[in-house]
Design a binder for this molecule. Structure first.
Ligand code: M7G
Length: 310
């Protein structure tokens, strides 16, 4: 435990210490932005976003939930207004805040607005550039994963858990604040830390991947009445965290960069590659060439570009 373990960043007093430095990224679609600054003197990223409106709560908000209305466009039949919500015990949250503290250079680069470029990663380029990059990450980078798997964090949020090397945990993703079903976003995290990315998958992992699919379907049907056909199960390559996990996202979810062609791979397709892999030797995910977009600030970008040119 170091000195900063005593400090609380994510409460009103902690946020009052925020020293703003610059806006990293602005998203006009979600009406949100990422701010860089310092909290308690340590670098911090704060994501400020308006909460999504739950369609089941919206009619009542329109009817009797508004404190005031400022109509700034009146051009019958078109009207636009700004409104303030009534306060009260049932008031909905105005903002969904996310905080990374203390944050690292990798976080800052990830959330900084930057151009994206397409790259082609052969198995040789994987061995030469990507594998050493993955191995160079200190274990603290995935400390949050181990805290979940060991039941030290987010324990009350766990939706499914199975033990042993072939086990995994299903939890609501950091990206989802639970306000709307259309925004449903879960993450299945495997217990086997030797699977760092999709490239490490082998035929023997087929039962694990199939059980992730089965349990995700079952949890989403039971808890949110969301059917299998409403769920997109996919894997990122490149991911941000090299501890294998599967994204479980409602099909109505707005498409964002992580779902772009090349970045997301359907779980079913990956299972199929494994089924088609030779009985002996490397599996198809280890033998394939992948083309995907990376931000020019990404830690792999410069070396992959140089490797491609060789
Ligand atoms: P990824 O494909 O490695 O990276 O997915 P991405 O962020 O580019 O999508 C990691 C997933 O884990 C993302 O969907 C994150 O939102 C999610 N995630 C990250 N952290 C640090 C946490 C966390 O502390 N708790 C939970 N529940 N999810 C997290």
């Amino acid at each position: 435990m170091d000195d900063t373990d005593e400090l609380k960043p994510c409460d009103l007093a902690g946020l009052e210490t925020f020293e703003f430095e610059r806006v990293l990224l602005e998203n006009t679609l979600s009406g949100s932005c990422y701010l860089l600054g310092k909290l308690h003197g340590e670098p911090a990223i704060v994501h400020v976003q308006r909460t999504a409106v739950d369609p089941s709560a919206a009619p009542n908000i329109v009817k009797e939930g508004l404190e005031s209305l400022n109509v700034f466009l009146d051009n019958r039949p078109y009207f636009s207004a700004h409104a303030l919500l009534k306060r009260g015990p049932d008031a909905l949250p105005d903002l969904a805040l996310k905080l990374i503290w203390p944050c690292t250079e990798v976080h800052i680069k990830k959330y900084t607005a930057q151009p994206r470029r397409l790259l082609t990663e052969t198995p040789a380029l994987y061995a030469q550039v990507v594998e050493p990059y993955i191995s160079s990450f200190p274990p603290e980078r995935t400390a949050w994963v181990h805290a979940i798997l060991e039941g030290r964090k987010e324990a009350e949020r766990v939706l499914f858990s199975s033990p042993g090397e072939e086990g995994f945990m299903l939890v609501p993703d950091l990206k989802w604040d639970g306000t709307t079903t259309a925004g449903l976003y879960l993450t299945a995290i495997v217990r086997d830390g030797s699977i760092r990315s999709m490239r490490d998958l082998e035929r023997r992992h087929i039962p694990l991947l199939k059980s992730i699919k089965r349990e995700a379907y079952s949890v989403c049907a039971e808890k949110w009445d969301v059917a299998a056909g409403e769920l997109r199960l996919f894997i990122h390559y490149q991911p941000s965290y090299y501890h294998f996990h599967v994204h479980v996202v409602h099909v109505a979810h707005e498409i964002f960069a992580g779902m772009a062609v090349g970045q997301g791979h359907m779980l079913d397709d990956v299972v199929n590659w494994l089924e088609l892999s030779p009985e002996e030797g490397p599996s198809l995910p280890a033998l394939m060439t992948f083309t995907y977009a990376l931000g020019t600030e990404h830690g792999l970008y410069a070396d992959l570009v140089a490797g491609q040119e060789e």
